[in-house]
Design a protein around this ligand. Structure first.
Ligand code: ZN
Ligand code: ZN
Length: 342
């Protein structure tokens, strides 16, 4: 288990840690939702006449609960850490999950460090964590914010300072640099070969393909996969070809995407599976969960995606997971089953 944010101990492959998996707006559990989970567990224990036994037996019962009952997909917005074992940190998006990432680094390896952030785009849910990223307030840290949008700096500076925030961007003690990337060009940054590709989304967004140690990981959030056939989708598929892991926008059900939320800039669980199948991706992770969806609804979307994958499968098949805050994966060394809680 790679606790801490420290990028250090990967000998083979890439470790991926999800700090924020929600889209649009943070969506914390409320007291009623927690109470419903506790009640569901108690009823199950009663109905199955499970003997609780000692503390270890209770821990085992809790560990075996499905995530949507014994845990939660989480409520922080987009933030994913990639670790190929190099000394610098690599983070996709600066949503509210960035706060938890920064706190974890400071708890385990305070630094100073070099942080490479890659921004899919500048919608608020993807930058809102930065004012609460404590390493930004510490001298000695170097934070490089990469993105394809020309107004990258403006978006970050604007959310600091009056009237929205008490500390102006210029008062941050870390060295902060903005790096504008060109789509379709490969850069070597923080131990990864990185290439951005444009996606369909209001104001544009960009997917990133990261390659290191023979492993390729795609971060592709906030993208409307709107195609009628695989042939139509050819330009969309190319950045995903033969990826080991693809983290893909799957905010909606197929029905929502087709009939209610067309042109909203997001994709369905089914479209994400179709894309991953067409691109021969090995493991698909559904991402950018709708804040309106509770844990059971997200679990249903995951089950539907897995069922769709099964009935349309050709060849070896595709592993499908739904991201949750705190999920950790190792790619490709025996991809851990993300349904197992940590
Ligand atoms: Zn978003
Ligand atoms: Zn967006």
């Amino acid at each position: 288990m790679f606790g801490g944010g420290q990028a250090s101990s990967v000998s083979n492959g890439v470790r991926v840690r999800f700090w924020g998996t929600r889209g649009s707006l943070p969506a914390p559990l409320d007291a009623r939702a927690v109470g419903q989970k506790i009640a569901a567990v108690l009823r199950d224990v009663r109905d199955r006449a499970i003997a609780l036994g000692d503390d270890a037996a209770i821990d085992a019962i809790v560990a075996a609960l499905p995530l949507q009952v014994g845990g939660t997909f989480g409520g922080n917005t987009s933030c994913v850490q990639l670790d190929s074992g190099g000394p610098e940190y690599t983070v996709c998006d600066a949503g509210s999950g960035l706060r938890a990432f920064g706190d974890d680094v400071l708890a385990h390896a305070p630094g100073p460090h070099v942080y490479n952030l890659f921004l899919s785009h500048l919608h608020w849910d993807h930058i809102m964590g930065f004012p609460f990223f404590r390493p930004a307030y510490m001298p000695g840290n170097v934070i490089r914010i990469h993105g394809c949008h020309p107004n990258l700096a403006e978006a970050f500076e604007r959310q600091h300072g009056a009237p929205s925030f008490p500390i102006a961007f210029g008062q941050l003690a870390a060295t902060i640099e903005f790096v504008t990337l060109e789509p379709h060009r490969t850069y070597h940054i923080g131990g990864f070969d990185v290439r951005a590709s444009p996606q369909r989304h209001p104001g544009d967004s960009f997917a990133y393909r990261f390659a290191a140690a023979g492993v390729s990981v795609i971060f592709a959030t906030d993208s409307e996969l709107a195609f009628a056939s695989i042939t139509d989708a050819a330009p969309s598929i190319e950045p995903f070809l033969d990826a080991d892991l693809a983290i893909v926008d799957a905010m909606y059900s197929l029905g929502e995407a087709l009939y209610a939320k067309e042109d909203w800039g997001h994709s369905s669980n089914v479209a994400a599976v179709e894309l991953a199948q067409a691109a021969r991706v090995r493991h698909l992770v559904l991402f950018h969960h709708d804040p309106a969806n509770d844990d059971r609804t997200i679990d249903h979307l995951l089950r539907d995606a897995r069922r769709f994958e099964e009935i349309t499968r050709s060849g070896t098949g595709l592993l499908v997971s739904a991201a949750y805050d705190g999920m950790e994966l190792v790619v490709p060394e025996g991809v851990e089953d993300p349904r197992v809680r940590m």
